[in-house]
Design a protein around this ligand. Structure first.
Ligand SMILES: [Zn+2]
Length: 203
């Protein structure tokens, strides 16, 4: 029941997010920018990050050089766990994560509950949905690629959550994250960057 409620809330937030996205083309695939959606409900926290692949990899073409392949493996490994991009206060127990990485040639590292999806740009449901929304999405079929990752924690009863994004220090290609959240009976939006890297969910 709790999980159902959370999933419903998260689905709602994604719908709201899509509507905001539709209203503001800057929410679309823009290099240097990414989006975070977070929901806290009854002790469970879910956070999703959507980002152009270039922000992490430095490229969006199929990896060819050994440098490209190494970057892909390193980013895939880093994003497989939330510690690769953030730190959480209070610390919560990670229960699952799901990474969708373009061109992923990296074999799954057999993290328990960690799921890798190898993606094909032309068969991406997310893009199919968005193709109807963004006129510039013709670019998606001309080689742009996105990374999607979702983390799910069990936090217990807490009075607020502080999420410090360490991702700006590690990936110079990422300058700004638009964050929106629902939790503690309210909701909020926040713009995060290297100077303001902390997202707070509180009543
Ligand atoms: Zn791109």
């Amino acid at each position: 029941m709790i999980a159902l409620t959370l999933k419903w809330l998260f689905a709602l937030l994604l719908v709201v997010s899509a509507a905001v996205c539709w209203a503001d083309v800057h929410q679309a695939h823009t290099h240097g920018q990414a989006k975070i959606t977070a929901v806290y409900e009854l002790g469970e926290l879910v956070l999703a990050l959507d980002s152009p692949a270039a922000n992490f990899l430095g490229f969006e073409h199929p990896p060819e050089s050994s440098h490209d392949k190494r970057a892909l493996a390193q980013v895939s490994a880093a994003l497989a766990t939330p510690e690769g991009i953030l730190s959480l206060t209070p610390s919560c127990t990670l229960t699952s994560s799901k990474l969708e990485m373009p061109f992923s040639s990296m074999p799954a590292r057999n993290h328990e509950n960690t799921e890798y999806q190898h993606r094909d740009n032309t068969h991406d449901k997310h893009h199919e949905v968005h193709n109807g929304l963004h006129p510039e999405n013709a670019s998606h079929s001309s080689g742009h690629q996105d990374i999607h990752v979702t983390y799910h924690w069990q936090c217990g009863e807490i009075s607020q959550i502080q999420i410090q994004l360490t991702v700006f220090e590690r990936y110079a290609g990422l300058a700004k994250i638009d964050a929106q959240w629902i939790g503690f009976g309210t909701q909020g939006v926040s713009i995060l960057n290297q100077k303001h890297p902390i997202l707070v969910l509180s009543p």
